[in-house]
Write a protein that binds this ligand. Structure first.
Ligand SMILES: Nc1ncnc2c1ncn2[C@@H]1O[C@H](COP(=O)(O)OP(=O)(O)OP(=O)(O)O)[C@@H](O)[C@H]1O
Length: 271
Protein backbone atom coordinates (compact mmCIF):
# COMPACT_ATOMS: atom_id res chain seq x y z
CA UNK A 1 0.00 0.00 0.00
CA UNK A 2 1.57 3.33 -1.01
CA UNK A 3 2.32 5.88 1.63
CA UNK A 4 -0.48 8.38 2.00
CA UNK A 5 -0.22 11.84 3.44
CA UNK A 6 -3.94 11.99 3.92
CA UNK A 7 -5.07 11.86 7.51
CA UNK A 8 -6.77 8.59 8.28
CA UNK A 9 -7.38 8.54 11.98
CA UNK A 10 -6.99 5.22 13.71
CA UNK A 11 -5.90 3.49 10.51
CA UNK A 12 -4.34 0.28 11.74
CA UNK A 13 -2.75 -0.91 8.50
CA UNK A 14 0.84 -0.13 7.63
CA UNK A 15 1.27 2.71 5.16
CA UNK A 16 4.88 2.26 4.07
CA UNK A 17 8.30 0.97 5.06
CA UNK A 18 7.96 1.68 8.77
CA UNK A 19 4.94 3.38 10.25
CA UNK A 20 4.32 3.93 13.93
CA UNK A 21 1.17 2.97 15.79
CA UNK A 22 0.26 3.92 19.33
CA UNK A 23 -2.74 2.05 20.65
CA UNK A 24 -4.40 2.71 24.02
CA UNK A 25 -1.06 4.19 25.01
CA UNK A 26 -0.69 5.52 28.54
CA UNK A 27 1.94 6.61 31.06
CA UNK A 28 1.76 6.75 34.84
CA UNK A 29 4.55 8.26 36.90
CA UNK A 30 4.51 7.58 40.66
CA UNK A 31 0.83 6.68 40.52
CA UNK A 32 -0.12 9.88 38.61
CA UNK A 33 -1.67 9.41 35.21
CA UNK A 34 0.27 11.59 32.73
CA UNK A 35 -1.10 10.14 29.48
CA UNK A 36 -4.13 7.96 28.80
CA UNK A 37 -5.81 6.34 25.79
CA UNK A 38 -3.48 7.89 23.20
CA UNK A 39 -4.24 6.39 19.80
CA UNK A 40 -2.14 7.63 16.90
CA UNK A 41 -0.92 6.37 13.57
CA UNK A 42 2.13 8.27 12.36
CA UNK A 43 2.39 7.76 8.62
CA UNK A 44 5.60 7.39 6.66
CA UNK A 45 6.85 10.68 5.33
CA UNK A 46 4.56 12.65 7.62
CA UNK A 47 5.49 15.69 9.69
CA UNK A 48 3.20 15.61 12.70
CA UNK A 49 3.28 18.56 15.07
CA UNK A 50 2.36 17.86 18.67
CA UNK A 51 0.95 20.92 20.41
CA UNK A 52 -0.66 21.43 23.79
CA UNK A 53 -0.43 23.42 27.01
CA UNK A 54 2.44 23.21 29.48
CA UNK A 55 2.27 19.91 31.32
CA UNK A 56 0.10 18.26 28.63
CA UNK A 57 2.44 15.29 28.38
CA UNK A 58 4.19 16.05 25.06
CA UNK A 59 7.74 15.39 26.31
CA UNK A 60 6.52 12.37 28.27
CA UNK A 61 5.06 10.92 25.07
CA UNK A 62 8.39 11.30 23.26
CA UNK A 63 10.30 9.77 26.19
CA UNK A 64 7.92 6.81 26.30
CA UNK A 65 8.32 6.22 22.54
CA UNK A 66 12.10 6.39 23.03
CA UNK A 67 11.78 3.72 25.74
CA UNK A 68 13.10 5.98 28.49
CA UNK A 69 9.98 5.57 30.59
CA UNK A 70 7.52 2.66 30.76
CA UNK A 71 4.08 2.81 29.18
CA UNK A 72 0.89 0.81 29.00
CA UNK A 73 -0.86 -0.08 25.76
CA UNK A 74 0.98 -0.77 22.53
CA UNK A 75 3.68 0.89 20.48
CA UNK A 76 4.10 -0.92 17.19
CA UNK A 77 6.22 -0.28 14.15
CA UNK A 78 4.77 -1.91 11.04
CA UNK A 79 6.44 -2.58 7.71
CA UNK A 80 4.78 -2.44 4.30
CA UNK A 81 3.29 -5.90 4.65
CA UNK A 82 1.63 -4.89 7.91
CA UNK A 83 4.02 -7.03 9.96
CA UNK A 84 5.98 -5.93 12.96
CA UNK A 85 9.03 -4.18 11.47
CA UNK A 86 12.61 -4.89 12.56
CA UNK A 87 13.67 -2.88 15.59
CA UNK A 88 13.23 0.66 14.28
CA UNK A 89 15.85 3.37 14.46
CA UNK A 90 14.47 6.36 16.35
CA UNK A 91 16.33 9.68 16.07
CA UNK A 92 15.93 12.38 18.70
CA UNK A 93 16.65 16.10 18.65
CA UNK A 94 16.49 17.61 22.17
CA UNK A 95 15.68 21.22 22.97
CA UNK A 96 19.31 21.72 24.02
CA UNK A 97 22.39 19.86 25.17
CA UNK A 98 24.51 20.72 28.15
CA UNK A 99 28.25 21.13 27.78
CA UNK A 100 30.78 23.23 29.64
CA UNK A 101 31.01 26.72 28.13
CA UNK A 102 34.40 27.12 26.49
CA UNK A 103 35.06 23.36 26.42
CA UNK A 104 37.36 22.60 23.46
CA UNK A 105 34.91 20.15 21.88
CA UNK A 106 34.42 20.49 18.14
CA UNK A 107 31.50 19.34 16.01
CA UNK A 108 33.78 16.61 14.61
CA UNK A 109 34.64 15.51 18.18
CA UNK A 110 30.92 15.23 18.97
CA UNK A 111 30.25 13.04 15.91
CA UNK A 112 33.34 10.89 16.58
CA UNK A 113 32.32 10.31 20.19
CA UNK A 114 28.75 9.45 19.20
CA UNK A 115 29.41 7.33 16.12
CA UNK A 116 32.72 5.56 16.67
CA UNK A 117 34.35 3.52 19.40
CA UNK A 118 37.72 5.20 18.81
CA UNK A 119 38.72 7.54 21.67
CA UNK A 120 38.55 11.16 20.49
CA UNK A 121 41.97 11.86 22.06
CA UNK A 122 43.54 9.62 19.38
CA UNK A 123 42.44 12.04 16.66
CA UNK A 124 39.98 11.54 13.83
CA UNK A 125 40.20 9.06 11.01
CA UNK A 126 39.74 10.39 7.47
CA UNK A 127 36.68 8.15 7.18
CA UNK A 128 35.04 9.71 10.23
CA UNK A 129 35.80 13.19 8.96
CA UNK A 130 34.21 12.40 5.57
CA UNK A 131 31.20 10.76 7.22
CA UNK A 132 30.68 13.77 9.49
CA UNK A 133 30.98 16.17 6.56
CA UNK A 134 28.36 14.20 4.64
CA UNK A 135 26.02 14.28 7.68
CA UNK A 136 26.47 18.03 8.10
CA UNK A 137 25.87 18.64 4.41
CA UNK A 138 22.34 17.25 4.82
CA UNK A 139 21.52 20.16 7.14
CA UNK A 140 23.53 22.81 5.27
CA UNK A 141 26.18 22.85 8.03
CA UNK A 142 29.30 21.27 6.50
CA UNK A 143 31.20 24.51 7.13
CA UNK A 144 30.82 23.89 10.90
CA UNK A 145 32.90 20.68 10.95
CA UNK A 146 35.85 22.04 12.92
CA UNK A 147 34.01 24.67 14.93
CA UNK A 148 33.74 24.40 18.71
CA UNK A 149 30.24 23.62 20.01
CA UNK A 150 30.50 26.56 22.40
CA UNK A 151 31.09 28.95 19.46
CA UNK A 152 27.96 27.93 17.55
CA UNK A 153 24.79 30.00 17.48
CA UNK A 154 21.64 28.36 18.84
CA UNK A 155 20.37 27.68 15.31
CA UNK A 156 23.70 26.20 14.17
CA UNK A 157 23.88 23.92 17.20
CA UNK A 158 20.36 22.62 16.58
CA UNK A 159 21.24 21.87 12.94
CA UNK A 160 24.28 19.92 14.17
CA UNK A 161 22.07 17.95 16.61
CA UNK A 162 19.62 17.31 13.77
CA UNK A 163 22.48 16.00 11.59
CA UNK A 164 23.51 13.67 14.42
CA UNK A 165 19.94 12.41 14.90
CA UNK A 166 19.83 11.55 11.18
CA UNK A 167 22.88 9.25 11.35
CA UNK A 168 22.08 6.45 10.83
CA UNK A 169 18.90 7.40 8.99
CA UNK A 170 16.04 6.91 11.46
CA UNK A 171 12.64 5.38 10.73
CA UNK A 172 11.09 7.88 13.11
CA UNK A 173 12.49 11.27 14.10
CA UNK A 174 11.39 12.88 17.37
CA UNK A 175 12.07 16.55 18.04
CA UNK A 176 11.23 18.30 21.31
CA UNK A 177 10.93 22.06 20.81
CA UNK A 178 14.14 21.98 18.75
CA UNK A 179 14.17 25.68 17.92
CA UNK A 180 12.73 27.37 20.98
CA UNK A 181 14.71 30.46 21.85
CA UNK A 182 16.21 30.74 18.35
CA UNK A 183 15.71 33.79 16.13
CA UNK A 184 13.07 33.80 13.38
CA UNK A 185 15.55 33.22 10.52
CA UNK A 186 17.15 30.30 12.38
CA UNK A 187 13.73 28.80 13.08
CA UNK A 188 12.58 29.15 9.47
CA UNK A 189 15.80 27.66 8.11
CA UNK A 190 15.50 24.72 10.52
CA UNK A 191 11.89 24.04 9.47
CA UNK A 192 12.80 24.29 5.76
CA UNK A 193 15.59 21.75 6.22
CA UNK A 194 13.27 19.42 8.14
CA UNK A 195 10.63 19.70 5.39
CA UNK A 196 13.20 18.85 2.69
CA UNK A 197 14.49 15.89 4.70
CA UNK A 198 10.98 14.58 5.24
CA UNK A 199 10.31 14.65 1.50
CA UNK A 200 13.69 13.29 0.42
CA UNK A 201 14.00 10.51 2.99
CA UNK A 202 10.32 9.61 3.52
CA UNK A 203 10.87 10.28 7.23
CA UNK A 204 8.12 10.12 9.84
CA UNK A 205 8.56 13.01 12.21
CA UNK A 206 6.93 14.00 15.49
CA UNK A 207 7.75 17.58 16.34
CA UNK A 208 6.78 19.15 19.67
CA UNK A 209 6.35 22.88 19.22
CA UNK A 210 4.60 25.87 20.73
CA UNK A 211 5.19 27.92 17.58
CA UNK A 212 1.79 27.69 15.93
CA UNK A 213 2.70 30.05 13.09
CA UNK A 214 5.57 27.86 11.87
CA UNK A 215 3.68 24.65 12.62
CA UNK A 216 0.81 25.81 10.46
CA UNK A 217 3.19 26.51 7.58
CA UNK A 218 5.30 23.36 7.68
CA UNK A 219 3.40 20.52 9.37
CA UNK A 220 0.77 18.65 7.44
CA UNK A 221 -0.87 17.27 10.55
CA UNK A 222 -1.38 18.68 14.03
CA UNK A 223 -2.30 16.76 17.15
CA UNK A 224 -3.55 18.73 20.15
CA UNK A 225 -2.59 16.75 23.24
CA UNK A 226 -3.75 17.29 26.78
CA UNK A 227 -3.16 13.99 28.58
CA UNK A 228 -4.94 12.39 25.62
CA UNK A 229 -5.56 13.35 21.99
CA UNK A 230 -8.04 16.24 21.94
CA UNK A 231 -7.95 17.03 18.20
CA UNK A 232 -6.14 15.48 15.27
CA UNK A 233 -6.19 16.91 11.75
CA UNK A 234 -4.71 19.39 9.31
CA UNK A 235 -3.39 22.66 10.80
CA UNK A 236 -6.50 24.36 9.39
CA UNK A 237 -8.83 21.85 11.05
CA UNK A 238 -7.13 21.89 14.45
CA UNK A 239 -6.43 25.62 14.67
CA UNK A 240 -10.01 26.49 13.79
CA UNK A 241 -11.41 23.99 16.28
CA UNK A 242 -12.94 25.69 19.31
CA UNK A 243 -11.11 23.30 21.62
CA UNK A 244 -7.75 24.84 20.78
CA UNK A 245 -8.99 28.22 21.95
CA UNK A 246 -9.64 26.73 25.37
CA UNK A 247 -5.91 26.00 25.54
CA UNK A 248 -4.32 28.97 23.78
CA UNK A 249 -7.06 31.62 23.76
CA UNK A 250 -8.40 32.97 20.44
CA UNK A 251 -5.94 32.57 17.56
CA UNK A 252 -5.74 34.85 14.58
CA UNK A 253 -5.22 33.71 11.08
CA UNK A 254 -3.30 35.43 8.30
CA UNK A 255 -2.40 34.65 4.72
CA UNK A 256 1.05 35.61 3.45
CA UNK A 257 2.49 34.56 0.08
CA UNK A 258 -0.43 32.18 -0.36
CA UNK A 259 0.24 30.38 2.92
CA UNK A 260 -2.13 30.38 5.83
CA UNK A 261 -0.67 30.66 9.26
CA UNK A 262 -2.02 30.93 12.78
CA UNK A 263 -0.65 32.69 15.81
CA UNK A 264 -1.65 33.78 19.25
CA UNK A 265 -2.94 37.33 19.63
CA UNK A 266 -0.02 39.56 20.49
CA UNK A 267 2.22 37.52 18.15
CA UNK A 268 5.16 35.27 18.84
CA UNK A 269 5.33 31.67 19.81
CA UNK A 270 3.04 30.26 22.41
CA UNK A 271 4.81 29.10 25.51
N1 LIG B 1 9.62 12.30 36.41
C1 LIG B 1 8.45 12.86 36.69
N2 LIG B 1 7.89 12.71 37.92
C2 LIG B 1 6.69 13.24 38.20
N3 LIG B 1 5.94 13.96 37.33
C3 LIG B 1 6.45 14.14 36.10
C4 LIG B 1 7.72 13.61 35.72
N4 LIG B 1 7.96 13.96 34.42
C5 LIG B 1 6.89 14.67 34.03
N5 LIG B 1 5.99 14.78 35.03
C6 LIG B 1 4.72 15.50 35.00
O1 LIG B 1 4.03 15.06 33.84
C7 LIG B 1 3.27 16.13 33.27
C8 LIG B 1 3.63 16.24 31.80
O2 LIG B 1 4.96 16.73 31.68
P1 LIG B 1 5.63 16.96 30.24
O3 LIG B 1 7.00 17.46 30.47
O4 LIG B 1 5.46 15.73 29.44
O5 LIG B 1 4.68 18.08 29.64
P2 LIG B 1 4.85 18.94 28.31
O6 LIG B 1 3.56 18.87 27.58
O7 LIG B 1 6.07 18.50 27.57
O8 LIG B 1 5.04 20.40 28.93
P3 LIG B 1 5.85 21.69 28.39
O9 LIG B 1 5.11 22.25 27.22
O10 LIG B 1 5.78 22.62 29.57
O11 LIG B 1 7.26 21.26 28.07
C9 LIG B 1 3.62 17.37 34.08
O12 LIG B 1 2.57 17.59 35.00
C10 LIG B 1 4.89 16.99 34.80
O13 LIG B 1 5.00 17.65 36.04
Amino acid sequence: MPCSNAIEKQQTKACGLCCTLLEDFGVKIGGTEILRDVNLHIHCGELLALVGPNGAGKTTLLKAILGEIPHTGWLRFLDASNCQARKPIVGYVPQKIDFAAGAPVSVLDLFSAALSARPVCLGHSRRMQERTEACLLRVRADHLLKRRLSDLSGGELQRVLLALALEPKPDLLLMDEPVSGIDVQGREMFYEIVSDLRRNYDLSIILVSHDLALVSQYAERVVLLNKTVICDGTPGDVFSDGRINLVYGPLYMERAEGKLSYAKRGGGAIA
